[in-house]
Ligand binder design. Structure first.
Ligand SMILES: Cc1cc2nc3c(=O)[nH]c(=O)nc-3n(C[C@H](O)[C@H](O)[C@H](O)COP(=O)(O)OP(=O)(O)OC[C@H]3O[C@@H](n4cnc5c(N)ncnc54)[C@H](O)[C@@H]3O)c2cc1C
Length: 267
């Protein structure tokens, strides 16, 4: 009798336990599914749009992101395949990126208001606005388009804006910021990549003291194939890091030759 009771009690406990296990499994699976769906949804958005807080992003960044995303969705994404195939971005897209109030954001803080007074900065413009531009343009899915449109100016123009003469800032800065001309940064050479201190490209001042004659070659230059201006590392002094200067070389200057490298992913 005691045995039967024990058996009976055991069966009920077993049934109850089984029900609990099934229920927990179902709930856990549902929970896992919900979480993974949430994760998938959230991963296409910045984490601070979800449950994470950020001390850096403000409403100004949120508004700017919405503007950049709308631009990429309408003016970039539909044409990416075409541009990837032809390895060319029409110049009017650079202009449109300026007209949308985006292009000057990629040269960093401060917003170059003196050079583009008709293009208003986002409120409290900072480096997070710049980051947002790259974040959103990357959604187009093409490294070639992303780099072709934004990278040359991103690395090539800041040295001019921050260290160039006022005349150079205006002559080169204004058309590049407005998307009318293209600039790139030319540091790397076939024989000097990481080892920048040992670049060979040489610039010699002529006896008049007004003109440099530059001799050398550069390689792997993003946007180089289209650039109007090359912010170029050249050796003006002795050996090593201390002998290097930056010169802006214009494509129209005599003796400048460019040829396209066939690269994978970026062009
Ligand atoms: C897609 C693309 C775009 C580029 N765009 C530009 C551009 O716009 N402008 C421009 O000037 N350059 C550009 N570059 C060139 C880029 O800056 C160089 O590739 C980079 O500096 C590395 O040089 P390298 O390729 O000659 O490699 P190397 O310098 O030969 O290095 C090869 C490897 O050795 C390692 N290494 C090198 N030196 C040392 C050391 N002392 N100690 C330990 N490890 C070391 C490196 O980390 C690397 O893993 C671009 C390159 C690529 C691939």
């Amino acid at each position: 009798m005691r045995f039967s009771f024990a058996m009976c009690a055991f069966s009920w406990i077993a049934v109850a336990a089984a029900v609990v296990v099934v229920a927990v499994c179902a709930l856990t699976r549902a929970d896992t599914l919900t979480q993974s769906m949430l994760t998938v949804t959230n991963r296409s958005q910045p984490s601070w749009y979800g449950e994470f807080n950020s001390p850096y992003y403000t409403k100004s960044h949120e508004d700017f992101r919405a503007k950049v995303r709308a631009f990429v969705d309408s003016a970039i994404a539909p044409y990416v395949h075409e541009w990837d195939e032809s390895k060319t971005i029409p110049l009017e897209i650079y202009r449109a990126t300026y007209a949308a109030g985006i292009l000057p954001a990629v040269v960093g803080k401060p917003w170059p208001s003196d050079l583009v007074p008709d293009c208003p900065a986002p409120e409290n413009f900072d480096y997070f606005h710049e980051l947002i531009v790259f974040d959103e343009f990357a959604r187009c899915g093409s490294g070639g388009v992303l780099w072709g449109l934004l990278e040359g100016i991103n690395i090539g123009l800041p040295p001019v804006l921050n260290f160039g003469s006022e005349e150079l800032r205006r002559r080169v800065g204004v058309p590049c910021l407005r998307g009318e001309k293209i600039i790139c940064l030319a540091i790397t050479e076939p024989y000097a990549g990481s080892d920048v201190a040992n670049i060979r490209c040489e610039a010699k001042l002529d006896p008049s003291g007004r003109f440099f004659t530059v001799t050398g070659e550069k390689k792997w230059i993003t946007n180089g194939i289209w650039a109007d201006y090359f912010t170029c590392a050249v050796r003006t002094g002795g050996e090593g890091m201390g002998g290097i200067s930056l010169l802006v070389i214009e494509r129209s200057m005599p003796g400048v030759e460019c040829k396209r490298m066939d690269c994978m992913g970026v062009w």
